[in-house]
Design a protein. Structure first.
Length: 284
């Protein structure tokens, strides 16, 4: 199950939980450092009928996109070495005192954020290219065997879309946001088109557009109209680029959380910058 994504990013290091009833073996217990290769022990195959063991922090899995939806609470993808291709890495395992139900799992999902911030090395209020946490709980068989945990995973998005595919990784994400920040900014090789899913590219080479590291925020009581969003966004983006020496050559394009993803109160947004004809320089 994925916590909701604001452009599938950790925006100002705040992630909200948006759990829905799960149709995949999980509606309720009754119904259902530095960059390196991972060293967590691999999960033995359950083909022999043994119950798979609980997850461990630092494990990696090549979980397919078909099991990354908001209703996917159970993931039985085998553990692989983090030096091999994978999409998810376990950044925390929460072990509640009380037996989990769907309701308590929903409440505890947001508890993944703080340990994930520590694991990934996020030390500032900047928008990063990180996917939000993907949260799973035990399968029906594991729950029947008494396992009681939430697995908090993280990956790297491949597109600007809300729930698109994850980019294959090799190596651990532990501490990578602080040690290699440019890797986690959002850049594309085409002009931004808010609302459309666009493939990401490396920010460490010339690119057509990028998201500014500072986010926009707007405290509102109801979702604003399109003209209001445009006006507020352009004003906010203009302020964010006002100190840049290249500001006159920049085109700013604001983008806000969709109404469907807005949970009320503070509305989050971000600013794309691009140039009319030339690419932007690499981010160092």
């Amino acid at each position: 199950m994925q916590l909701f994504r604001t452009l599938a990013l950790l925006v100002t290091i705040v992630v909200g939980a948006a759990c829905a009833a799960c149709a995949n073996d999980a509606s309720s217990p009754a119904a259902a450092g530095s960059r390196s290769s991972g060293t967590a022990s691999l999960t033995p195959s359950s083909a022999n009928g043994e119950v798979p063991p609980p997850p461990k922090v630092g494990q990696c899995r090549d979980t397919p996109a078909s099991n990354l939806g908001k209703d996917d609470w159970v993931d039985q993808t085998p553990v692989v070495e983090c030096s091999k291709t994978h999409t998810l890495e376990t950044v925390a395992v929460i072990k509640p005192v009380e037996k989990l139900t769907l309701a308590t799992a929903q409440q505890l999902a947001a508890s993944c954020v703080s340990p994930a911030v520590d694991y990934l090395g996020i030390n500032s209020r900047e928008i990063r290219r990180l996917v939000d946490q993907v949260v799973y709980w035990p399968s029906r068989v594991q729950r029947a065997a008494g396992q009681n945990w939430l697995r908090c995973d993280a990956g790297v998005q491949a597109t600007t879309g809300c729930c698109g595919p994850l980019a294959p990784q090799k190596g651990s994400l532990r501490g990578d946001v602080s040690s290699d920040p440019a890797r986690f900014y959002v850049c594309i090789n085409q002009l931004p088109d808010p609302g459309r899913e666009q493939p990401l590219t490396s920010c460490e080479k010339p690119h057509r557009a990028e998201i500014l590291p500072s986010a926009l925020s707007w405290d509102v009581t109801q979702y604003p109209s399109a003209p209001a969003l445009s006006q507020k966004g352009r004003a906010g983006c203009a302020t964010l680029v006002s100190d840049r020496p290249d500001r006159r050559s920049l085109v700013v394009t604001p983008e806000w959380q969709s109404k469907a993803n807005w949970s009320g109160a503070t509305l989050e947004g971000w600013c794309w910058i691009s140039r009319q004809t030339e690419p932007l320089p690499p981010i160092r």
